[in-house]
Ligand binder design. Structure first.
Ligand code: COA
Length: 193
């Protein structure tokens, strides 16, 4: 099936329908995921929240990007997600096109590095690869096989390591206690069980 996808920037009035789409795609418990710790108190990058609108289903697909600061140096990066496509519009290329457009815009704005938590077989189609183990720590339990990165500029990952935080929570070395490392979280859950 060949058709032209119209990708637009998200408007505030789209938000309720986007939230509904995300609830359907990821479940009502989606906010418990550690990628949501990176969105709390954070704001999407202007110009990088994109949707495909659809007369029948409302929002056919949606993606957004969030600013991050990694490690003591606070290296800027972007978090990609959430990405969701309406069940009735999946496998038409909408997810990949939304990401392609967002990544092209991000590159044009000068962003150098993107990370996400997701399925490598899917995001690998656009060049995402697994982050080397223990290079970066998410602020909550994360399956390391799903922590992926893409360099928008070759070499952007070089020297990047440490805790991944939203920029407003980054305070250099002082950021360490803000992390909820996997082992500590598992211990806490064990203690609470
Ligand atoms: C994952 C998702 C965004 C894909 O969007 P989409 O518009 O249907 O995908 P596209 O049409 O762009 O790409 C389809 C291709 O990706 C593949 N694909 C889709 N989801 C995949 C996954 N989780 N793992 C591996 N491959 C996947 C399809 O098999 C298809 O491959 P083909 O072209 O070789 O047949 C969509 O299915 C969705 O919203 N799912 C629920 C929420 C979700 O899981 N989001 C993020 C994934 S971590």
């Amino acid at each position: 099936m060949t058709f032209h996808l119209l990708i637009s920037e998200t408007k505030p009035s789209d938000q309720p329908r986007i939230e509904h789409l995300l609830d359907k795609a990821f479940g009502l418990d989606r906010r418990t995921k550690s990628s949501y710790r990176l969105r709390e108190g954070n704001h999407t990058v202007p110009g990088l929240s994109l949707v495909v609108r659809d007369e029948d289903v409302g929002i056919a697909g949606s993606v957004s990007f969030w600013p991050l600061a990694i490690g003591e140096a606070g290296t800027p990066a972007l978090l990609l997600g959430p990405l969701a496509v309406h069940p009735a519009r999946q496998r038409l290329g909408i997810g990949l096109e939304l990401m392609r457009e967002g990544l092209a815009r991000a590159r044009a704005m000068g962003h150098r590095l993107v990370i996400l938590v997701g399925d490598e077989p899917y995001y690998g189609k656009l060049g995402f690869r697994r982050l080397p183990h223990n290079l970066c720590t998410m602020p909550g339990p994360t399956n390391p096989e799903r922590l992926l990165y893409l360099e928008l500029e070759p070499g952007a990952l070089a020297g990047v390591h440490g805790l991944v935080l939203p920029p407003h929570r980054h305070h250099g070395k002082d950021s360490a206690p803000l992390a909820v490392p996997e082992a500590a979280e598992a211990e806490k859950q064990h203690a609470e069980a």
